[in-house]
Design a protein. Structure first.
Length: 319
């Protein structure tokens, strides 16, 4: 079943618009959250299970671009375990045990996995290259001399560098080839220590989860926007991925759908898809479900709304 989430701005004679949705994990639970990028509101929650044991939290999440597998570091029986997170059936398949407490992972364009240890690790704030099959780690750069509380990394596919948020205003790049480190410095320090970093290739910018806030950050470290995240623990999110990337992982095709007219003058919006639509959910920007249409089983349907801004969730049955 394919999930498509988008934002409808339905104010009379105002154009329809699109918004990204984040998928996120935390350090304190086995849950994956769908989070509104407009408000930080949790739209849905799914619990991840594993045959390897009970998951008590996560320590990072990233997509391997060579095969679109979504990897995560899960905490199982006190051990950090690297494996694949499957959001189609909410399962975690363990690959290998890791040697230390990793705070974040990322992949470069060739599928090489990198991990950074957290402040509470045996060897803290250190960048490693990780063999995903065995969990063996090769030390690359000791970054413990810089930064404060919090560690997060993300690979920038545009310039081929790994970006590190290390707490406070610590914002660095590490060249994946010669391992040179460049200090850039953030424009201001987030109120809470950073736990998750993701590179948004479409906008050539970063998404930084820090405590109960989600920031958008430029390559040079300037925070351009901040939303308050609805998250149930003080640590915030430990991994953030864009919904558009998750859709491409689950379906491996570009979603084909339309929402019209644009603008809508009477509040009636037509929704259509190349696959049969099974349900349409409409949420207000504070996360309240205001409309649910189920058992549609048709490639097109209509929804009628009053003036306002909404997030529309479409579920289609793959043909």
């Amino acid at each position: 079943m394919k999930r498509i989430l988008l934002s409808i701005l339905l104010v009379l004679a105002v154009n329809l618009g699109f918004a990204q949705v984040y998928f996120a994990v935390s350090a304190q639970s086995a849950d994956v959250y769908e989070v509104s990028s407009l408000t930080g509101t949790i739209l849905s929650t799914s619990t991840i299970t594993s045959t390897s044991g009970n998951i008590s939290g996560f320590g990072g999440m990233a997509i391997n671009p060579t095969n679109d597998d979504l990897f995560a570091v899960a905490k199982i029986s006190g051990v950090r375990v690297l494996g694949i997170l499957d959001l189609t059936d909410n399962s975690f398949s363990a690959f290998s045990d890791l040697n230390d407490k990793y705070a974040g992972i990322t992949f470069d364009d060739s599928g090489e996995c990198y991990g950074i240890t957290g402040d509470g690790a045996d060897v803290p704030s250190t960048l490693y290259q990780i063999n995903i099959a065995t969990g063996d780690a090769t030390l690359l750069v000791d970054l413990s001399a810089t930064g404060a509380d919090g560690e997060a990394i993300a690979y920038n596919s545009f310039d081929g560098k790994i970006y590190r948020y290390g707490g406070g205003t610590t914002w660095q790049t590490i060249d994946a080839f010669d391992l040179t480190v460049e200090d850039l410095t953030m424009s201001s320090a987030p109120a809470d220590y950073g736990q998750a970093l993701y590179y948004d290739a479409i906008n050539n910018s970063f998404v930084l989860g820090a405590g109960d806030s989600i920031h958008k950050v430029t390559e040079l470290g300037a925070i351009t926007s901040t939303i308050v995240a609805e998250i149930g623990d003080d640590d915030g999110y430990k991994g953030i991925i864009l919904d558009t990337d998750i859709i491409s992982v689950e379906e491996n095709i570009e979603p084909k759908y339309s929402v019209y007219p644009n603008p809508s003058n009477d509040g009636i919006v037509n929704v259509s898809s190349t696959s049969n639509i099974s349900s349409v959910s409409v949420y207000s920007l504070d996360g309240r479900e205001v409309l649910l249409a189920k058992n549609i089983e048709s490639p097109s349907t209509k929804v009628e709304l009053t003036s306002g801004s909404y997030i529309l969730k479409i579920e289609t049955v793959s043909g």
